[in-house]
Design a protein around this ligand. Structure first.
Ligand code: NAD
Length: 114
């Protein structure tokens, strides 16, 4: 399960290369490692609903998994970029991938770490 990412949207406006390095390149490294070992039964990539960009609050139906990806900030753009690599490794190398696009999740120490 691949949770690792630079996640703080506000930071992504100031230092977006760190987001590309960790979120896109980091995901690529993990995918390649899984491909090389050939031992992975499932690669679960934890992405975000933010890849869809802004949702029209008057929309009758919200986003669904075939909705267009329209990221609006460097964080969500790098998460979308990572998703493209996950998809490509699934198709090109048969890596058994699943991508999740969850909404906000909070735990007991969510705010302590930031
Ligand atoms: N919290 C949410 O509401 C939410 C919603 C949707 C998706 N997500 C996704 O869930 C995942 C976890 O989010 P979170 O809220 O726990 O964030 P978080 O910032 O608390 O945790 C991310 C962790 O990734 C680690 N990390 C970053 N770059 C790394 C690297 N190159 N190598 C190893 N570790 C690295 C960080 O040290 C940190 O511990 C992220 O991929 C995020 O995009 C979170």
């Amino acid at each position: 399960m691949h949770f690792a990412a630079q996640t703080h949207v506000d930071n992504s406006f100031g230092n977006s290369f760190e987001f590309t390095k960790n979120n896109v390149y980091g995901t690529h490294v993990l995918l390649e490692a899984c491909k090389v070992t050939g031992q992975i039964k499932r690669f679960i990539h934890v992405s975000t609903d933010e890849v869809y960009g802004e949702t029209d609050e008057n929309a009758v139906v919200g986003n669904h998994e075939a909705s267009q990806l329209l990221p609006t900030n460097p964080y969500s753009a790098t998460k979308a970029g990572a998703e493209m690599l996950v998809m490509a490794y699934g198709r090109s190398y048969g890596l058994p991938v699943i991508t999740t696009r969850g909404n906000n999740v909070h735990g007991p120490i969510s705010f302590l770490k930031r």
